[in-house]
Design a protein around this ligand. Structure first.
Ligand SMILES: Cc1ncc(COP(=O)(O)O)c(C=O)c1O
Length: 500
């Protein structure tokens, strides 16, 4: 590598492309300040401001010395000083690294990802040069966050995913690294058709499944394709997902909120609207957790036939059920009337942006065209890695383990609520990754959420899940999937103190 020496004498070294992170280090050779001090200060600043993140490996002293035009002793001394100060650590066999507990000046450089139900937010952002994730302790946000919609990210099957991705990277022929099919990699479409048929009762051959960038992309594609066919009105559940409503509204669609009761979506209310499309969460209504009853399923499909309309089935967390029989997808009852969609956001990780859609055959070409126009197709290697997880059985094994863990967390939530707040009514705990807690009538939900935030507990009120102007009772949507049992118990204890 070569570096520039400026005419002013300030020397910008681009350190160690081969043996460590790319890093600009500024050394001024004119002034009297010793080069060792300057190097120390530059490295210290790089760690502090997050350009060198925790765990990041530094170049070998010999390499950095050669890159910067210094004697090796200067680099060795600078490293030793920073090790003494706790910025760096030296491990036998793995060289010098940024110490694990050191966080950058912006709190480790990580923003909290925001799930749909909790509102919008920036995606995760890490220090550009850091290969290791920032430690959880460096994250901003509430100490105990009951945000719904986030799975247990710490149990992401890293080893299985890495092995599958590695295999895809090594074995995929060169020609397959070009633009893929916009409908998705054939191997994944086939694996999904088999999986969805086996586990969810979805009726589809490989050719009927398309791969999308999560349920949100499915919605965005539908927002392009459906209005021309079925008009601009789209019915949504109320309470429902504010993220989805926002997305649909921003595309210019006219949202029609439809109430939900103990049997799920109110089909009588739906029938009074002029909508010909409805988005539902039949297996576990978001956020009430109600299962659409058999009678309502039949009524929903009868409505769709009578209206010559379509049902969009959001099967977002059906893999998680604890004390009840699995409920098959509505799509299996009427593949010509239902657009089935799901994603790995609750089972693996939202960051994969990987989902699927099974539309009625007549709609498929238009949706595939919209997908092509949006992004030319989802990334191929990730699709192939996921196809391997599905077909090898690794995904099933991961789901079984996750379900057992989530059940323990659900049990911890229910037990803590029973112990600390027995008067509260808790709904929707038989399945999913969140529960709905009804607050006492007259309770100021927003004030409670604010006071909990001040106490380090992130709560999410039910009010934000209703369309403006719709009647609402105070409540909390408690996501528990990402919280260890002890944190769940602590959080509920704090909540009950605030309620008193
Ligand atoms: C109701 C509902 N459906 C679907 C999703 C998943 O969206 P995506 O697949 O785009 O991550 C979420 C995410 O939180 C959700 O709350």
């Amino acid at each position: 590598m070569r570096d520039d020496r400026t005419t002013s004498g300030t020397w910008w070294g681009r350190a160690a492309a081969t043996a460590g992170p790319e890093l600009l280090l500024r050394l001024d050779r004119r002034g009297g300040r010793p080069l060792r001090d300057q190097l120390e200060a530059e490295l210290r600043a790089a760690v502090r401001d997050g350009r060198l993140g925790p765990g990041c490996r530094l170049p070998a002293s010999r390499t950095l010395a050669a890159d910067l035009g210094l004697s090796r002793g200067v680099v060795v001394e600078a490293y030793a000083q920073l090790i003494g100060e706790g910025y760096l650590e030296a491990r036998r066999g793995s060289g010098t690294r940024v110490a694990a507990g050191v966080s950058g000046g912006d709190g480790g450089g990580r923003d909290h990802p925001a799930a749909w139900p909790a509102g919008s937010g920036a995606a995760g952002r890490g220090p550009a040069t850091a290969p290791a994730p920032a430690p959880a302790a460096a994250r901003p946000g509430p100490r105990i966050d009951f945000r719904p919609g986030i799975p247990d990210l710490s149990s992401f099957p890293r080893a299985a995913w890495a092995a599958a991705l590695r295999r895809a990277a090594l074995e995929t022929p060169a020609w397959a690294l070009g633009y893929g099919e916009p409908a998705g990699a054939p191997a994944l479409r086939a694996a999904l058709a088999a999986y969805l048929g086996r586990v969810r009762g979805v009726v589809a051959g490989a050719g009927g499944v398309m791969v999308v960038g999560g349920f949100s992309q499915a919605l965005a594609l539908l927002a392009r394709v459906l209005p021309g066919r079925l008009g601009p009105a789209v019915a949504v559940e109320d309470p429902g997902s504010p993220g989805q409503s926002g997305l649909l509204e921003r595309t210019g669609l006219e949202l029609v909120p439809v109430g939900v009761d103990g049997e799920g979506l109110r089909i009588d209310e739906l029938a009074c609207s002029r909508a010909r499309v409805v988005i539902v969460t039949p297996a576990h209504q978001f956020p009430t957790g109600v299962v659409l009853s058999p009678a309502r399923r039949a009524a929903l499909l009868a409505w769709a036939r009578a209206r010559d309309g379509l049902v969009v089935e959001d099967d977002y967390d059906a893999e998680y059920r604890y004390d009840r029989e699995p409920v098959g997808a509505v799509q299996g009852l009427a593949p010509d009337r239902v657009i089935y969609a799901g994603s790995v956001s609750k089972t693996l990780a939202p960051s994969l942006r990987l989902g699927w859609m099974v539309p009625p055959a007549a709609l498929l070409p238009a949706l595939v065209q919209a997908k092509h126009d949006a992004d030319l197709g989802s990334p191929t290697l990730e699709q192939l890695a996921f196809a391997e997880l599905l077909s090898s059985g690794a995904y099933d094994r991961h789901l079984r383990r996750s379900r057992a863990r989530q059940r323990r967390r659900r049990d911890a939530l229910v037990a803590a609520l029973r112990r600390h707040a027995p008067a509260l009514r808790v709904l929707g705990t038989a399945a999913g990754l969140h529960a709905l807690v009804e607050l006492p009538a007259g309770c100021d939900e927003a004030a409670l959420v604010r006071r909990a935030a001040a106490a380090g507990v992130g709560l999410h009120g039910l009010a934000g899940h209703h369309a403006p102007g719709r009647a609402t009772t105070p409540g909390l949507v408690l996501g528990y999937a990402a919280l260890p049992e002890t944190a769940i118990a602590d959080g509920i204890r704090i909540l009950s103190g605030l309620l008193e």
